[in-house]
Ligand binder design. Structure first.
Ligand code: HQG
Length: 184
């Protein structure tokens, strides 16, 4: 499998399974699942760059660098494991985080984050990483990365809820500024 093809399919799936299924006339159920057969047909009718096949979908689910997508048990349905902007009920597992988690961002957002804390912006949750390396990758998508250390242990003990997605991204509703260390 050509890695360039796999990446382009992953991007297209992120678009339709996290943000705008309507671009290809797809409907997700309330838990974010799309019917696999319907997805394949609609990708092929509506502008996927690559010819979508069950094999290609299998490959992307298995080999995706961040395991962004998952099948249900009998592989009739597929969904994104996190990262949605549309409202879906993922039945995320609540979990106790380690003492610190990390968030990668860029300098231009810093003033606002100092005032408002980390907000979920257009997504359903604030995304946090368990190590700095991952946070650096997340921040680098937008420019020179700035890494924020989140006092997740203290937040948790103060009653904030944390969730761990299927693909091991830490999620929470918001991080008030007082729980953020601005020097990493
Ligand atoms: C920033 C990717 C101003 C925040 C990644 C971020 C991740 C604020 C941007 C996942 C703010 C939102 C999510 C505030 C937060 N004022 N800016 N109060 N609070 N921000 O893309 O965390 O590859 O929605 O720092 O790897 O960058 O797509 O969130 O820069 O896991 O699977 O607002 O997306 O995963 O951006 O990335 P995003 P994110 P995938």
């Amino acid at each position: 499998m050509n890695e360039k093809t796999a990446k382009s399919v992953s991007k297209f799936l992120s678009l339709v399974l996290r943000h705008s299924p309507e671009t290809i006339g797809l409907k997700l159920d309330e838990n974010g699942w799309a019917d696999v057969e319907e997805l394949i047909i609609k990708c092929n009718k509506n502008g996927s760059q690559n010819q979508m096949t069950a094999e290609l979908l299998d490959y992307v689910v298995e080999n995706n660098d961040k395991k962004r997508f998952a099948f249900n048990e009998d592989k009739t349905k597929i969904r994104a494991s996190q990262g949605h902007s549309i409202s879906v009920e993922l039945n995320l597992k609540e979990a106790e985080p380690s003492e610190f988690l990390y968030h990668g961002t860029v300098g231009k957002f810093m003033e606002s984050i100092k005032l408002e804390g980390l907000q979920k912006m257009s997504r359903q949750h604030v995304h946090l990483s368990k190590d700095k390396e991952t946070a650096i990758k997340v921040g680098s998508r937008r420019g020179a990365p700035q890494i924020l250390t989140v006092r997740s242990g203290v937040m948790y003990r103060d009653g904030f809820k944390f969730y761990l997605s299927e693909n091991n991204v830490w999620l929470t509703a918001e991080v008030p500024a007082k729980y953020i260390e601005f020097k990493s």
